[in-house]
Design a binder for this molecule. Structure first.
Ligand SMILES: *[C@@H]1O[C@H](CO)[C@@H](O)[C@H](O)[C@H]1NC(C)=O
Ligand SMILES: *[C@@H]1O[C@H](CO)[C@@H](O)[C@H](O)[C@H]1NC(C)=O
Ligand SMILES: *[C@@H]1O[C@H](CO)[C@@H](O)[C@H](O)[C@H]1NC(C)=O
Ligand SMILES: *[C@@H]1O[C@H](CO)[C@@H](O)[C@H](O)[C@H]1NC(C)=O
Ligand SMILES: *[C@@H]1O[C@H](CO)[C@@H](O)[C@H](O)[C@H]1NC(C)=O
Ligand SMILES: *[C@@H]1O[C@H](CO)[C@@H](O)[C@H](O)[C@H]1NC(C)=O
Ligand SMILES: *[C@@H]1O[C@H](CO)[C@@H](O)[C@H](O)[C@H]1NC(C)=O
Ligand SMILES: *[C@@H]1O[C@H](CO)[C@@H](O)[C@H](O)[C@H]1NC(C)=O
Ligand SMILES: *[C@@H]1O[C@H](CO)[C@@H](O)[C@H](O)[C@H]1NC(C)=O
Ligand SMILES: *[C@@H]1O[C@H](CO)[C@@H](O)[C@H](O)[C@H]1NC(C)=O
Length: 813
């Protein structure tokens, strides 16, 4: 078909017209202007500069906003206090090389405050970081700007912006809140770095009054703001002789996140969700009542998990008991007995606190903690002391005089100990009672500051769950939402990971028992090892594992992804199989029928993992302690899929890192890192033989030979003395032919060559049917005592995995 020539021309002219109009530029030269309606767009189309009106306001403001986000989100406003009242605003570069915003009447509403430029070739450029910079175009030096908007934040901090001081120029960059969401003029609150002598703190102020305080920088963190990198942003605090500032970077370039100081003084982090196309707040500060500056008055402590939250420090009592009783704490506490520097005075350590505000203090960076104590002791008006710098075990001396204000009990922050002066009589009473009077509370700090993923919040919102007390069973099984537990819930449930709640130390990390507020019992596995997986991958992986449901698999109930990654399982009241088969007391020793049922259950669970589930999971760490028993003694395999969660490709047959437990690992896996379903079969064989014999492969020893359990079984098999292998605890409660069959299957499973070993469906067939004829086993792999083969192998593979091996070696002791 012939296309008429004019239509092509028409098309071309349209294109050219469009190009002319829509060509977005990122540079404003001194001969150009930006009028209301024009914009600058950064080169990568990330940010846009132009005029806008917030909400219903009719005023026009020069601002920068995200170019690609449909919901107009401004990150910087120039003339917040001086709006243009119509659409006549014009931005240009003035004759002095400054950016100026003028209205119709040529009134200057705003201008950049740089020095007069000597050069004529000054240009303004909007960078992809969201920074509007003014620079001399004839100079090549990048970063040498005449002026930049990043030095004059409004209420938003973007990646790469610095909050704090450039000491060389005396520049204090702080965030300033808007009056309201519709009014970008200067609001009540500011957020910045207080230098307080030379010990910096992050402080939100209302006017001049402190509203929130992070606690002093101790070289590692602020009390209330751990500088812990996470999957969304990487926070950083820089303190040197030239600059003192807080900043953050992306974890992933494609993440869009910003920090805002809102009109009521809340400092909040938002994350843009591509999926839901909305901003989600992932944390805020102040977060709770204890964050409000001086909430409990002086000489007191705020503990958010206590009721009431405020308590006097030891040796102090409420200034006004009547007020205190009505939960008004602001008058604080006064000392019971005036300190008189009598002999027996001493100090009491408060562990894990946000340090008192730096009101009256002295410091000496070269003193040790011991010298610090002495220094404080010598001066009767010294009320407390602490290290300044927590790096390298702590150094420096900070002494507080006068009242101690705004102390909060945190936890987990091992580096934040405060020593407060205690009179002799109080010290005695503490010691005689012998009780730890400091209630170390569950810290919300972590929770607040750590990252709650957007889907977590979205999910929570959906559930209207504050403390997350849902029941998974209520969920639609087909459309399973993976419950994401928040850190507070987990901390509460496990009593702040109390040692008495610890169930054991498995591969990948310790496991704690917990109880949700609805009474449901859970087991929480803290994944100690660093996963190299991204959050989404991790979540997907966990979701897949949660979908693996079988009566012989421990059910995954959810996960936690704030700060630490954790897996939450159903709790198994009867614990793990090892205590039943290797238990010293043998009171709970299992009869043969029970053991056989357990064996069959393990086979079914493993078969499901290997073949029947959609995923084809290789367990890689099957062992007695990974088989849990429910209240009816049904076995349930735990810890499956964890290797996947760590991003180790299951389809790859070769791994650089060994996950597994000494004594259960197949030779090809231990030596070459080759794993397959057949290496699981090997582990199963070891476990099967252990169940029959009642002894651990790893600890097995025999007066007559130096073989391990496998070697022992093999030896007896060859000598046709198999009954000697059977656990004497079984007495005569078994059918010998059945037990012998099991031993034979066990030996088949632990054969040296993977190809010789049966797969789990054959194992099930062999064990389940009366008549199946079994092949003769060949020599097992690793049957010699560990003094030879095994140990060497372990040693040679210690690199890169030393913790794991050490941990599993310790386990059986
Ligand atoms: C803006 O105006 C609309 C219509 O007058 C009103 O419904 C809305 O509440 C206003 N928004 C705000 C934030 O005041
Ligand atoms: C807008 O500003 C001009 C001067 O810049 C002033 O004369 C005028 O009254 C203002 N209009 C309104 C509606 O405030
Ligand atoms: C900058 O230029 C303006 C006008 O050209 C002049 O009045 C002012 O004194 C100059 N400032 C400095 C610091 O040179
Ligand atoms: C700017 O840098 C380019 C290469 O980076 C160089 O070729 C050019 O001469 C420089 N111009 C000036 C004015 O320094
Ligand atoms: C901060 O930096 C200054 C200058 O380098 C140093 O003297 C001071 O000890 C540092 N403070 C902290 C808490 O690291
Ligand atoms: C960053 O996120 C994007 C999109 O989620 C992903 O495709 C990319 O691989 C991530 N990059 C890194 C380095 O994690
Ligand atoms: C600021 O944020 C807090 C916490 O989300 C909220 O309660 C408050 O209403 C916000 N203030 C304004 C003015 O939006
Ligand atoms: C100091 O305190 C001790 C014990 O509280 C008391 O016995 C002593 O009299 C006090 N001395 C002075 C000078 O107040
Ligand atoms: C700091 O302490 C050291 C050691 O006790 C002492 O030598 C030094 O004089 C002290 N410095 C100041 C400024 O007090
Ligand atoms: C105790 O320390 C304070 C504050 O540094 C100081 O003013 C006072 O002189 C000191 N008193 C004695 C006895 O050293």
């Amino acid at each position: 078909m012939d296309i008429p020539c004019f239509s092509i021309l028409y098309f071309i002219s349209i294109c050219m017209f469009a190009l002319e109009v829509c060509k977005s530029v990122d540079v404003l030269s001194s001969s150009e202007t930006i009028r209301d309606g024009d914009t600058l767009v950064s080169a990568g189309e990330k940010f846009q500069l132009g005029f806008f009106s917030p909400g219903n306001s009719s005023y026009r403001f020069l601002a920068i906003w995200y170019h690609n986000i449909p919901e107009k989100t401004t990150v910087w406003v120039a003339n917040g206090d001086n709006p243009v009242n119509d659409s006549s605003g014009v931005l240009r570069i003035g004759s002095e090389g400054k950016l100026v915003l003028v209205d119709q009447a040529e009134r200057v509403l705003w201008s950049s405050n740089n020095m007069n430029a000597t050069s004529q070739s000054v240009v303004a450029k909007l960078l992809d970081s969201g920074n509007l910079v003014l620079k001399d175009d004839s100079e090549n030096v990048s970063g040498n700007y005449l002026w930049q908007s990043f030095d004059h934040p409004s209420n938003t901090l973007l990646v790469g912006m610095k909050l704090g001081w450039d000491l060389r120029m005396g520049l204090d960059r702080h965030m300033t809140s808007w009056k309201s969401a519709e009014d970008p003029s200067t609001g009540d609150f500011t957020f910045g770095v207080d230098l307080g002598g030379i010990i910096p703190q992050l402080v939100i102020r209302k006017g001049r009054v402190k509203y929130f305080r992070s606690g002093p920088w101790n070289g590692i963190q602020f009390g209330r703001m751990p500088m812990v990198p996470n999957l969304i942003f990487i926070p950083k605090f820089v303190n040197n002789s030239q600059e003192v500032y807080f900043t953050f970077n992306h974890f992933n370039e494609s993440t869009i996140t910003r920090l805002v100081l809102n009109a009521s003084g809340n400092h909040q982090r938002y994350l843009w969700s591509e999926k839901t196309q909305e901003w989600t707040m992932i944390y805020m500060l102040p977060y709770d009542a204890c964050d409000v500056y001086g909430k409990c008055g002086s000489n007191s402590m705020c503990t958010i998990s206590n009721s009431p939250i405020c308590s006097c420090m030891i040796g102090y009592q409420p200034k006004s008991q009547a007020e205190w009783d009505t939960l008004v704490w602001s008058s604080g506490c006064v000392s019971k007995n005036p300190f008189n520097c009598s002999k027996g005075e001493g100090f009491k350590r408060l562990k894990g606190v946000k340090m008192p505000d730096l009101l009256q203090f002295t410091m000496n960076t070269s003193m040790s903690l011991k010298e610090c104590e002495l220094e404080c002791f010598k001066n009767c008006s010294c009320r407390a002391y602490a290290n300044i710098d927590a790096t390298g075990g702590g150094s420096g001396c900070l002494l507080w005089f006068g009242d101690l204000l705004d102390v909060r009990i945190l936890s987990r922050s091992a580096n934040q100990d405060l020593y407060i002066r205690v009179s002799a009589s109080d010290l005695d009473s503490v010691n005689s009672k012998g009780k730890e009077w400091v209630a170390v509370a569950i810290s919300m700090a972590f929770v607040v500051l750590s990252v709650v993923l957007y889907f977590c919040i979205v999910w929570k919102r959906k559930k209207h769950a504050q403390g997350i007390t849902f029941d998974l069973q209520a969920e639609d099984e087909n459309n399973l939402h993976l419950p994401i537990f928040d850190m507070v819930t987990i901390l509460r449930a496990t009593n702040n990971f109390c040692d008495s709640n610890k169930l054991g130390e498995g591969g990948f990390g310790p496991v704690y028992k917990g109880q949700l507020s609805n009474g449901q019992e859970i087991a929480v596995k803290r994944l100690s090892e660093d996963s190299r997986q991204g959050l989404n991958e991790f979540k997907n992986e966990v979701m897949l594992i949660a979908k693996l449901q079988h009566r012989n698999l421990v059910r995954l109930r959810g996960c936690c992804i704030e700060e630490e990654r954790m897996l939450i399982y159903e709790y198994m009241p009867n614990g793990s199989l090892d205590s039943f088969i290797f238990g010293k007391t043998r009171e709970n020793s299992l009869v043969w029928r029970r053991r056989f049922d357990i064996i069959i259950g393990i086979v079914r669970g493993l078969l499901y993992l290997h073949q029947d589930s959609r995923l084809r999971i290789i367990h890689r760490d099957l062992k007695a302690s990974n088989v849990l028993l429910d209240n009816e003694m049904n076995p349930k395999i735990s810890d499956f899929g964890v290797a996947r969660v760590f991003g180790r490709d299951q389809s790859l047959a070769k791994t650089k890192r060994i996950v597994g437990t000494y004594g259960y690992m197949a030779p090809e896996y231990t030596i070459d890192g080759l794993f397959s379903t057949k290496s699981d079969v090997f582990s199963f064989g070891v476990l099967l033989l252990e169940i029959i014999c009642g002894k651990r492969n790893r600890e097995f020893n025999h007066p007559d030979h130096c073989f391990n359990l496998l070697g022992h079984a093999w030896k007896l098999w060859l000598k046709r003395k198999v009954p000697d292998f059977i656990d004497p605890q079984l007495q005569n409660s078994f059918d010998l032919s059945e037990v012998v069959k099991c031993i034979q299957v066990g030996l088949l499973c632990v054969q040296r060559h993977p190809d010789d070993r049966p797969n789990m469906s054959s194992v099930l067939l062999m064990l389940d049917s009366e008549s199946a004829s079994l092949p003769q086993p060949k020599q097992p792999g690793f049957y010699i005592e560990r003094s030879s083969e095994n140990t060497d192998v372990e040693m040679s593979r210690r690199d890169g995995n030393s913790n794991k091996i050490t941990m599993t070696l310790l386990e059986g002791r």
